[in-house]
Design a protein. Structure first.
Ligand code: BTN
Length: 243
């Protein structure tokens, strides 16, 4: 069930609207450009026409609310697998930034609607820098962003890439529903950026530093602080290699 738009504010907002109207699981909302693309933590997501992939998926899993963050981690793994088919070596910065050569190539923004009896729908918004050149990024992000094109040196067929990604994502999503998170936890850890290294995590206004030890069964970040205690962080922004 595909909905294609030349121009949207945010594909997540359109997907939410369609979900409220009853759009079925697996619905894809794709925009050629977004003029109000949203990133995590209220940031904008620059979404110029002709260069990237900006789309949102509607899913309706029958799972407890607490498991919802796993869907985003799983999505990051599926994106990595698709990039690896192009001989690239992506890593994941918790929770779900996909990096190439240490710079961000893809971001995921998951939004959900839940009631007392569980999740009504989840919107997985995915923004991928595909054929951007360095000059296509705003100055504010140019030092930390990259694209598939920049790293591979090749012009990428966006439709083909999207198709491969959706097939991988659907397969992984079905396996996750049938089994559980443990195989994906392993796949996530294999690609984790900064594993075993000192990192800084900002959760709201609280700052934590420690050694990144991985993620737990729920998908929370495991951070070993200087006192040797293991902390489980459910949300936050990780800085790799802090000064
Ligand atoms: C992040 O901050 O890393 C998340 C970025 C998510 C961007 C995508 S683009 C498609 C979808 N629609 C939006 O408005 N945001 C997400």
């Amino acid at each position: 069930n595909y909905h294609f738009y030349h121009s949207l504010g945010s594909s997540n907002d359109t997907a939410k609207h369609l979900a409220r109207e009853g759009a079925t699981e697996g619905t894809v909302v794709l925009a050629e450009e977004q003029n109000a693309g949203k990133g995590r933590l209220g940031r904008p997501w620059h979404s110029p026409a002709g260069l990237g992939l900006y789309f949102s998926l509607i899913i309706r899993p029958s799972i407890p609310l607490a498991l919802a963050p796993q869907v985003t981690l799983l999505t990051a793994v599926s994106i990595c697998k698709t990039l690896e088919k192009l001989d690239l070596e992506p890593t994941i910065k918790w929770p779900n930034d996909v990096l190439l050569e240490g710079k961000k190539v893809c971001g995921i923004l998951t939004e959900l609607s839940a009631e007392m009896d569980g999740i009504k729908y989840l919107i997985i918004g995915i923004g991928i820098n595909v054929n951007h050149r360095l000059q296509d990024f705003p100055d504010s992000v140019a030092h930390k962003a990259t694209s598939i094109n920049i790293v591979s040196g090749q012009e990428i067929d966006r439709v083909l890439f999207l198709n491969k990604l959706l097939i991988t994502l659907e397969e992984d999503y079905r396996h996750w529903l049938e089994q559980d998170f443990s195989p994906f936890r392993q796949e996530w850890l294999q690609r984790a950026a900064g594993l075993g290294e000192k990192v800084r995590v900002l959760t709201g206004t609280v700052e934590w530093t420690g050694r990144l030890e991985g993620i737990d069964d729920m998908g929370a970040l495991l951070l070993r602080n200087e006192a040797g205690e293991l902390q489980h962080l459910m949300s936050g922004e990780v800085t790799l290699r802090p000064e």
